[in-house]
Design a protein around this ligand. Structure first.
Ligand code: PEP
Length: 258
């Protein structure tokens, strides 16, 4: 439950939904969501790159309050980087967010903290809000090393990012063992790490910056468990994978107060 920070519910679709399926899903969500929902929470969809243009067209035409963003962004501004998408291209498409350092990118594409940091900086330079993902694997959690592990990722991911920029950044704590496994962290687990991240922001920057920066939890969030997680002081929203593909479930998550 944020103090002055507007909660964010972001649905990471991963590699699901072509551009036509994306239109159908956004229409269902947008039909259910009302002005009161958008006033209470920022709601974003994070579709595959190929669906961003149709999502933009739909949202602009119908004046839906939904935001959207991309699942990844190039660290480079332009040029000979075959297959990459620049932050400027995403900004031009009306994206608000770019996810950087998702655990699936770290795991399958060998992205380290330096690459994640470069991507966050590229996003910020184009006025996108990076959603910087951090989180420990099961072995680290079992050994009790999760807090230092996550704080090292925060330090690396925020290298040479200013206080003004970090206030425009969203940090998502996603324990890898809880992603797509149905194994949700307890609200206390989420709070422990989100609060440690906020304390770290106060050390790296200042208390005001730490207070303003949004920190999300991600990992098997559903309509049935979101309220307990959102009740925690340092959890400002959720990054939602599987449940964001079901419009009814995602709308329930957005209405966690009800
Ligand atoms: C994610 O991948 O960001 C995620 C949180 O996935 P899920 O909700 O499916 O665990």
């Amino acid at each position: 439950a944020p103090s002055g920070r507007k909660p964010l519910m972001a649905g990471n679709w991963k590699m699901n939904n072509n551009h036509l399926e994306a239109i159908a899903l956004v229409q269902k969500m947008a039909f259910a969501l009302k002005d009161a929902d958008y006033a209470a929470v920022d709601v974003a969809v994070i579709p595959p790159f190929t669906a961003l243009r149709s999502v933009q067209t739909l949202i602009e035409a119908d004046k839906y309050g939904l935001q959207y963003g991309a699942q990844d962004v190039s660290q480079h501004a332009s040029g000979a980087y075959t297959g990459e998408i620049s932050a400027a291209m995403l900004a031009k498409l009306g994206c608000t967010y770019a996810v950087v350092g998702h655990s699936e990118r770290r795991q399958y594409h060998a992205e380290d903290d330096a690459v994640v940091n470069a991507k966050a900086k590229a996003a910020l330079a184009a006025d996108l809000t990076p959603i910087l993902c951090v989180g420990e694997g099961l072995e680290v959690r079992k050994a009790g090393g999760h807090v230092p592990h996550v704080l090292a990722q925060v330090d690396g991911g925020l290298e040479k990012i200013s206080a003004e920029q970090v206030r425009r950044t969203v940090i998502a704590y996603e324990p890898v063992w809880a992603i797509g496994t149905g194994e949700v962290a307890t609200p206390e687990d989420a709070q422990e790490v989100c609060s440690a991240i906020r304390t770290r922001l106060a050390e790296l920057y200042d208390g005001g910056t730490a207070d303003e920066t949004r920190i999300l939890y991600g990992g098997s969030v559903k309509g049935g468990n979101v309220a307990g997680i959102m009740a925690k002081a340092d959890v400002d929203g959720a990054l939602v994978g599987g449940a964001s593909l079901d419009p009814g479930e995602f709308v329930k998550i957005c209405r966690y107060r009800d």
